[in-house]
Design a protein. Sequence first.
Lengths: 172, 419
Amino acid sequence: MSAPTHTGVVTGRTWLFPDANINSDIILPAAWAQVRTEEEQMRFLFKNYRPEWIDQVRPGDIVVGGKNFGTGSGRPCAPLMRKAGVVAVVADTINDLFYRNCVNAAILPLECPGVSTTVSEGDIVMADVLEGRFRNTNTGAELPGAPVPPVLLDIIAKGGLIAQLRADGLVR
Amino acid sequence: MGMTMAEKILARASGSARVRPGDVVVCEVDMAVQLDRSFAAVEPAKVARPDHVALVMDHSIPAPLVLDAELQRRARDFAHTFNIERFFDVGRHGIAHQVIIESGLALPGELLACGDSHTSASGALNVAARGLGSLEMISVVCTGRTWFRSSPTVKVVLHGELPKGVYGKDVFLLLADKLGSVEGHDVEFHGEAIASLGLDDRATIATMCTDLSANFALFPADDVILEHARTVADRPFEPVEADPDAEYADTVHVDLSELVPYVAKPDFFPHNTLPVSRLDDPVVIDQAFVGSCANGKLEDLRVAAAIVSGRKVASHVRFIVTPASQRVYLRAVQLGYVAALVEAGAVVTNSTCGACFGGSMGVLGKGDVCITSSTRNFKGRMGSPEAKIYVGSSATVAASAITGRIVDPRPYAQNAGVL
């Protein structure tokens, strides 16, 4: 069961993807669309880039990225990462489309310039999208990040867009 | 302080007096375009404004897998349940961004959202058009609205005139070289060179801006756009102009007069493009592709057909042509382009996104080298992550299909009388 993100603050173990422009084909290769269930689709996450990652990631983990993380298509990278257990993406910059897909999937997105060079994989970090704070508990380093605007925090607080749509009776 | 084109559209759509970069506004979306795969995760129980929703079957048409057939059935059920009139089912379909332009699904000054990242295409029509995730699109369809965070804008001023043998795709590839990534920004086009770009070339440029990570990409509504809009409009519309005192994060001047055919090398676009003539070693290809929302238009098929006419595709090359819509396909048949292509040894498929995203109709295998006029060259985009994707204009692709390696198309275009 994934750690809750509705408070806007999480602490978890990091997975580091420091390269700039980690794109949607790297995160979720095209073949994802050929299988039916989210459980099966999830298996394609980083399949050609870090094929072992999907078996290593655990609920509550945090992905740390470089610049323009998530650039490319609007395919469901964020919902599937959430399903795999990721609760936050902290990156030097986050591509705008990927950012909104994180919000909708109740993954906390924190833009935090320079973060990718201050984290070693496996570090336990804290991300706070209310105040815009990042702390690496292993090194003690703190970095300022961009708080998530209140109207978007609302979506996260409700558990993401599907949860909100269901609660409002808008989807079957 | 004045507003940019996108800021004005967001302001109108959200009922705000003004919008500045960083503002988060909730907008009524003038047109929400759903696609064949849009109902995979959830299905709407309510639709706020069915008259502001369209459904276009495009990505995997006709269905290559049972799963696709089932998802398309779900899409069809949605259209029938909610009486979606603007429903472009298989047979009257096309790639969404082509259909949007052909059928006036968005008009100058409007706000459009669609579950595909190349939705920026309609910016050519002075439309604020944005790609969203499919989950968010369900929300837009159910509620009629969504939020946008206004971005700072890069103003791109195009000078001079587009030379012969050089096309919208080459303009984009030049921008990729000069601008690089504009992540977090909108792009707004100005300048006298716009008059030398037809609607199709502007649509190519607007489509491709997504691959420089642009948010909105907007062109002004000049006579070319207004004339097109009037022929397809079924409702009044009001174009937007940038205010003379609108604020821009940056202004870049680009002269098109000396532009030559360009190519993008594999994996990404920003600062990864160069004139074809400057490729170090001959790039031998296995596959050539003309298609996609960017470059599957009638003009692309015309130029490709003219270049291959009377010649043969190189024996080691597969040349695949996928028209952007049924309408383009039919005109191409009527005008003889399809016959010329097939006689040369090209495969002309039905209209769909298809090979562009590695879905169907010509995916790439390990070791394949492809020159394409489609939208994206990420590793694995068109199939195997061990294939290499180069991107150029449809003319460049066609000339390369004949010679079997990536070449400057202008001598071939000249011989074919299309220069």
